[in-house]
Design a protein around this ligand. Structure first.
Ligand SMILES: Cc1cc2nc3c(=O)[nH]c(=O)nc-3n(C[C@H](O)[C@H](O)[C@H](O)COP(=O)(O)OP(=O)(O)OC[C@H]3O[C@@H](n4cnc5c(N)ncnc54)[C@H](O)[C@@H]3O)c2cc1C
Length: 586
């Protein structure tokens, strides 16, 4: 992207590190904060008064008056520029709003979030002024509710396999096809649709804005879902829909780029939502653990309950630190944040799932009962790991995106090495050997240029061990990257288990960076280490645990049983059921 600074994380894969980006953690003190807080509070008060998540879940829908209330509260226009009637929230304000909404009701959060994070985001990011003038004002008021229509029955993770078709006819297109599991699809009037069209004899994906009043748009019944039951999820059908060619986003054939651009940012909304769920379950579990008595004690006195509460608190702090560091990158406006956003989505949604599970355990049998609301939150929380890119696909995305730059550097070096293979006599062989030495060293230095120092500088002395851990984490990430490229070359794309380990090293490295940055800034700005002893201890615990996971992953990259894992899966899959029935041995 021209004019866009390389991302913080992409540089780390290369071992180069701009620690100045960590020296001022972005606390919530940007211009507009006090106005934002007023609006935040009024939205929260309105939700508390009007939203009964348990009833909405039972009824499997949001009441029309609640959707209308969202319109009146301006919830459909949070990110839309003021010029078009919206509140023009920054990514940070928007993510904080979704966090708060998900604290109360995931279905409500998803409805508002899908409208803005993905439904209208294509128009927001890629729309022309004309297109924005045409649709933004009605999207801001919620007169038009937006949906994002990419998935099809035969195309989920593999979005390139989609079959919906656009055929150009004069100044318009004719759209045919169907889209599966479209959030807001039952009430949306505005769809960002991805379909294939033939361009220069080749099928390419085009993104186009479709409205229901164009005719030929219909939808199936609401899906019966595990969670987020009050949100709308339907199949949407497009039958001979005539769409003006002026509604294409970016340009014909750019659909994949548009979809990825939308999802890169949309994922931060999911991380914010995950954080809301984590805090809500943590708060509820703390209250329960203090009040619940067993063996003459509050269960919060027991070590194993304390272990769970601390783990939940670590997740809350880590997800919060990573998410709002990343939203500040987005708000800076000139940084590539795609890797960080994917990291926040993967870690945030999995942390939420873990916290929901721990919260249920702390509640014992009561957690399993409907009245406590935890079973609903658990059901609601599961979807985060699946949609807007499954976490498997996103781990591959994180690893392969991070590998791209170092791998192309290796390829260049590889070409030079190739030229040395054509040696014909002893002299040139000797020459080759010496040049090989030079080139290997060159390769080593290239890949490790700007490698982080033993201990990254500029952090308070009390965090020196953590600064050292950040340094070794960055080294582990860049060394592992180089090692995997050398070991597997182009075949690395097929080594998914290794790639997932690399992605997990990247996730934990970003966590250490974000947590260290925040803890250091807290100490520097809010009264020193003693005054912040508890927060410091928590940050140190998170960093220590993240570094231990990195060490384990580095070890597993060297010594693993991936071949055996693949062999078992292959055998069992071919057998088509569990092959080792004890009963079959009689
Ligand atoms: C409630 C809900 C709401 C949704 N809302 C929307 C929406 O608004 N708009 C929209 O367009 N879509 C929406 N979706 C679709 C969602 O984004 C997809 O379900 C998701 O992308 C996964 O696709 P899939 O279900 O086809 O799974 P598949 O792609 O079939 O994947 C199945 C499993 O295989 C794994 N897998 C697939 N490919 C690979 C690979 N190459 N390597 C390793 N593992 C792989 C996946 O990670 C997963 O574990 C929604 C889905 C749900 C359930």
């Amino acid at each position: 992207m021209p004019g866009v600074k390389s991302s913080f994380m992409k540089s780390l894969f290369n071992g180069s590190f701009n620690e100045s980006q960590l020296h001022n953690y972005p606390f919530f003190d940007t211009p507009g904060e006090s106005d934002f807080r007023l609006m935040h509070r009024s939205i929260e008060d309105w939700i508390k008064e009007n939203c009964d998540a348990m009833k909405f879940d039972d009824d499997k829908k949001l009441p029309p008056e609640v959707v209308q209330g969202c319109r009146e509260m301006g919830l459909f226009g949070l990110i839309i520029p003021e010029a078009y009637g919206g509140s023009e929230f920054s990514q940070t304000f928007y993510t904080r709003t979704l966090e708060m909404m998900n604290h109360y009701d995931a279905s409500l959060c998803i409805t508002v979030g899908a409208h803005q994070s993905i439904g209208l985001k294509g128009l927001y990011l890629f729309g022309t002024d004309e297109q924005k003038k045409m649709y933004m004002p009605r999207l801001a008021t919620g007169e038009l509710i937006a949906a994002f229509a990419l998935t099809e029955p035969g195309a989920g993770s593999d979005a390139a396999g989609l079959k919906a078709r656009l055929v150009r006819d004069g100044d318009s297109y004719v759209l045919n096809g169907s889209k599966l599991w479209i959030t807001n699809g039952g009430m949306a009037d505005f769809f960002t649709v991805f379909a294939k069209e033939e361009i220069d004899g080749e099928d390419k994906i085009t993104a186009i804005m479709v409205t229901r009043d164009m005719g030929g748009v219909s939808h199936g019944p609401e899906e019966q879902k595990l969670g987020i039951r009050a949100s709308s999820t339907v199949e949407v059908y497009f039958k001979d829909v005539r769409v003006p060619a002026a509604n294409v986003l970016s340009k014909p054939g750019d659909g994949f780029k548009v979809a990825m651009g939308i999802l890169n940012q949309g994922r931060l909304g999911l991380a914010g939502g995950a954080l809301g769920a984590i805090k809500s379950v943590l708060n509820q579990s703390i209250g329960y653990a203090k009040n619940r008595k067993a063996f003459g004690h509050s269960i919060s006195d027991f070590g194993l309950i304390q272990d769970m509460i601390t783990e939940m608190t670590c997740h809350a702090y880590a997800v919060e630190s990573m998410t709002y560091l990343t939203t500040s990158f987005v708000d800076a406006g000139d940084m590539d944040y795609s890797l960080e956003a994917a990291i926040c989505k993967v870690y945030g949604t999995e942390a939420a799932w873990r916290v929901l599970n721990l919260g249920m355990q702390i509640h014992g049998g009561n957690g399993y009962m409907k009245d406590y609301g935890l079973e609903r939150k658990l059901r609601d929380g599961r979807i985060g790991i699946i949609f807007e890119g499954t976490n498997e696909i996103l781990r591959l995305f994180i690893a392969l995106t991070g590998l791209k730059e170092p791998a192309s550097e290796y390829k260049r070096i590889g070409r030079e090495l190739q030229s040395l293979q054509n040696v014909r006599n002893l002299d040139s062989l000797n020459d080759a050997i010496s040049r090989f030495g030079v080139i290997s060293e060159f390769a080593f230095n290239q890949v490790k240029q700007n490698v982080v120092a033993e201990k990254v500088e500029g952090f308070n002395e009390v965090l020196s061990k953590e600064a050292e851990r950040l340094s070794t984490a960055v080294k582990a990430l860049s060394n592992t990257t180089a090692k995997l490229i050398r070991q597997y070359g182009q075949k690395l794309v097929d080594e998914q288990m290794q790639l997932a380990r690399l992605a997990d090293i990247a996730i934990d490295t970003f966590m250490i960076a974000a947590v260290l940055s925040r803890a250091n800034s807290v100490i520097e700005r809010f009264g020193g280490p003693e005054k912040n002893a508890q927060e410091l201890a928590l940050a140190q615990l998170i960093v220590r645990n993240a570094k231990a996971r990195i060490n384990q992953n580095v070890y597993n990259i060297k010594a693993n049983k991936d071949e055996d894992v693949r062999a078992v899966a292959k055998y069992v899959t071919e057998f088509e059921r569990y092959p080792f029935q004890l009963a079959d041995r009689t």
